[in-house]
Design a protein around this ligand. Structure first.
Ligand SMILES: [Ca+2]
Ligand SMILES: [Ca+2]
Ligand SMILES: [Ca+2]
Ligand SMILES: [Ca+2]
Length: 262
């Protein structure tokens, strides 16, 4: 009886080896899960970095663009000096003295490259390209306007608000080329990477701008070698096709310039 119990609870060498093998197998499996989850965590950190760059850059533009055309003494102030598809320049009477000649009263937002990194810059007076956000791939703008001065944003024949850029002849060109209410890669009707914006026949007057639409595309600072990559984004009038291993985030918003047209 005593001998039988001993043989039941004791481990033979074979049993011990099997137990060790199972333990090793399980440890490897657990380690793989851990490596996998830490990789996901790193990806999320990278994506969060891109998201934060994007958010801070767009927030800065929104805050400033809201003030475009502001005059502390009432009446008309300049407003927009240029309305590009990749950059914008505008004024505001920040210190409410009736002119736009003071610090930070003329601002330009555009992308610039420094040390091989493309950034969003905010230029004012003698300060060109103050860094606002890093690792920005693309920046796009479109404008909604009230050219017929009826207090309502101008629409096209389908009663849709026109989001336009200024074309080569100085007219407003509608980015929604296929008139489906969405601005996306389908509006690049000839597939050359640039939206085939259509001429509205309306001469672009910077005073008529009422709303600015902003698109911005940011990427992570480091590539992720486990990322298969590749995506298409529409940023303003440009279709961006990526094929590298950077994670990206895009953000789009509208800014109502409440001092314009008042
Ligand atoms: Ca001023
Ligand atoms: Ca109108
Ligand atoms: Ca469209
Ligand atoms: Ca095109």
């Amino acid at each position: 009886m005593r001998q039988m119990i001993k043989s039941e609870i004791g481990l033979s060498l074979v049993e011990l080896l099997i137990a060790l093998a199972i333990t090793g197998f399980m440890a490897t499996a657990i380690m793989n899960v851990y490596i996998g989850s830490s990789r996901t965590y790193t990806e999320q950190l990278d994506a969060t970095e891109a998201q934060q760059n994007l958010r801070s850059g767009v927030d800065a533009m929104v805050t400033d663009l809201r003030m475009a055309g502001f005059n502390g003494r009432g009446g008309a102030t300049v407003g927009f000096l240029s309305a590009g598809s990749n950059s914008v320049q505008f004024t505001m009477d920040r210190n409410e003295d009736g002119d736009v000649a003071d610090a930070n009263e003329t601002l330009t937002y555009s992308l610039y490259t420094e040390a091989s990194i493309q950034n969003l810059g905010r230029a004012s007076g003698a300060n060109p390209n103050n860094l606002v956000a890093e690792y920005i791939d693309n920046l796009g703008f479109a404008y909604a306007y009230d050219a017929n001065d009826d207090g309502v944003l101008d629409v096209n024949g389908s009663s849709r608000t026109i989001w336009a850029i200024i074309g080569p002849n100085g007219n407003w060109f509608n980015l929604d080329a296929n008139d489906d209410g969405v601005i996306d890669s389908a509006d690049d009707t000839n597939g050359d990477g640039s939206l085939n914006a259509t001429d509205t026949g309306v001469l672009a007057d910077l005073e008529d701008i009422r709303v600015v639409k902003i698109w911005m595309l940011a990427r992570t600072s480091k590539p992720d070698n486990n990322f298969s990559g590749g995506a298409t984004y529409t940023v303003g009038d440009t279709v961006v096709t990526t094929a590298d291993k950077f994670h990206r985030r895009i953000l789009s918003t509208r800014v109502y310039c409440r001092n314009m047209g008042s």
